[in-house]
Design a protein around this ligand. Structure first.
Ligand code: SF4
Length: 63
């Protein structure tokens, strides 16, 4: 799994960080998403899929 987050779409809601804190963080300055781990291990895939599903800006894409 590869994780990509579109910082142009992100509105800084932070839902992804709550779902998968090992994979997503937010910039201190403006709350925009930062991907900490673009190729997370298998045990985190479910949490990452949930994060992508609930992101209000549909900014997270998985491949
Ligand atoms: S849930 Fe979506 S909009 Fe919110 S911080 Fe994460 S990527 Fe950005």
């Amino acid at each position: 799994m590869r994780v990509h987050a579109d910082q142009e779409k992100c509105c800084g809601a932070g839902s992804c960080v709550l779902s998968a804190p090992d994979v997503f963080d937010q910039r201190d300055a403006d709350g925009i998403v930062v991907v900490l781990d673009t190729e997370p291990p298998a045990e985190l895939h479910e949490a990452v899929r949930e994060a992508a599903a609930i992101c209000p800006a549909a900014a997270i894409s998985l491949s």
